[in-house]
Structure formats: C-alpha cells, structure tokens
Design a protein around this ligand. Structure first.
Ligand SMILES: Cc1cc2nc3c(=O)[nH]c(=O)nc-3n(C[C@H](O)[C@H](O)[C@H](O)COP(=O)(O)O)c2cc1C
Length: 210
C-alpha cells in the first residue's frame, strides 16, 4: 500500500462510538497538525481539546440556541425550515468522545505593508489579502490533523457550520489569546456505522494545463 492511500481513506465521520480517545493519541494527532506548512512558519494555530461529555454537549446547546435565535428573526418560512433542518449538521459532534476546536491567529501576508506604503492599487492589495493566507495556514493544519486521525483509526469531520454561534462558543471557551478566533472544529472518535465516500469531480473538470 502506498502512502497516498491514506488521502483516499479519509472521509467525514458523523457518528462515533463512545470509546474514549486517549490524551496521548490526541497529542500525537495535534503534533501532526502542527507539522503543516504556514506562511513564514508563523504557526498561527491553536487547538482547544474538549473531551468532557458535558462540555461537548454544552457547546452543541450553544449552537442550537443561536440557531433558534437566528430562525426567530427569519421571515422567509422556506429558508427558515431549511436553516433549522440543517442544524443537525452543525451539532453532529454532540455524541463524539472528543471535540477539537481550531483557532487561528493573525498573519500579515508578505509584502502587504510595502504595497500599503507605496499606495499600490487596491486590486494588488486585495490580491494579497483575499486569498487569506492566515486562514490557509489553518486549513493545512486541519487537513494534517484529519489525515493523522484517519491513520490512527479515528474519524473526524471538518465543521464550520457551527460558526454562526461563534460569539457564544468563544465566550464559553474563553481562550484569552489576543487576535485568535474560532476557525473550525472537528469531532474525534472511533467511527461507528458506515462511512460514506462522496464522489469527486473528474480531474479534467478541475485541472487546466497551460
Ligand atoms: C471548510 C469545510 C467546512 C465543512 N463544514 C461542515 C459542517 O459544518 N458540517 C458537516 O457535516 N460537514 C462539513 N464539512 C464536510 C464536507 O461536507 C465534506 O468534506 C464533503 O462533503 C466531502 O466529503 P468527505 O469529507 O466525506 O470526503 C465541511 C468541510 C469543509 C472542508
């Protein structure tokens, strides 16, 4: 088996057994996450591990609360029904034995201050900021984390939909790291039941040769 096969083994896991994940495994998984590349090697990530059932449940409740608040303000009944229906995709971590919240800190793209100093066109400034390298660093770390977890027999699911409850979640976590905010989270645990393999677009569709 070649090493690339790991890339195809990882898929989103949304159901977990109750089996606890030992802290040494969690540390190993986070160590793998931190070997990801980052602009100027800034490593602007921070991982919050929650492995207490009640705390995980509380975070799910915060998402439910915010979902209900938002739904209350919605006037389009169809959109409201869809928003509340998809709540389960924002709280699926509830039954997982562990939850990892990934925070990202600031990172200024190389050359940004220079372009600002010379009053470069807005278009050029946007070309540096729009691809958001700070967030790209976090994405690389999350992918590493998920691949490491797969390799160790665990399931994960990259989740950003709970982020609409960001204020409630951040207040509860109370990280206290200046400039850091919640980027994504993933449940972590031994997969239970069937894991789906959603299809991918053909290579021809996503690749251009110049
Ligand atoms: C940035 C990002 C955010 C995602 N957010 C959610 C989410 O909130 N809830 C969820 O169930 N899946 C979420 N997913 C998982 C995607 O639905 C999943 O990766 C995609 O359907 C492909 O399936 P696979 O991961 O099983 O290969 C997210 C994935 C990414 C990369």
């Amino acid at each position: 088996m070649n090493k690339r096969s790991l890339l195809f083994e990882r898929h989103s896991v949304r159901k977990f057994s109750e089996k606890e994940v030992p802290m040494e495994d969690i540390k190993e998984i986070i160590k793998c996450a931190t070997s990801a590349p980052s602009g100027k090697n800034i490593q602007n990530w921070h991982f919050v591990v929650v492995n207490d059932k009640e705390k995980i449940d509380h975070i799910a409740k915060l998402v439910e609360e915010r979902n209900a608040e938002i739904a209350d303000e919605m006037t389009d009944e169809k959109a409201k029904a869809s928003f509340t229906k998809f709540l389960r995709f924002a709280t699926l971590f509830r039954k997982a034995p562990a939850l990892i919240l990934v925070y990202g800190g600031p990172y200024e793209p190389t050359g940004l201050n220079i372009l600002q100093d010379i009053n470069a066109p807005q278009e050029e400034i946007e070309a540096l900021t729009k691809p958001n390298p700070a967030v790209q660093n976090i994405g690389a770390a999350i992918q590493n984390l998920m691949l490491a977890a797969t390799d160790m027999g665990y399931g994960t699911c990259w989740m950003t939909s709970p982020n609409y409850a960001v204020r409630k979640i951040e207040n509860y976590i109370n990280l206290g790291k200046e400039g850091f905010s919640l980027m994504a989270m993933t449940p972590l645990g031994v997969p239970e039941g069937e894991v789906k393999f959603p299809p991918r677009k053909d290579i021809e569709e996503v690749m251009t040769v110049l």
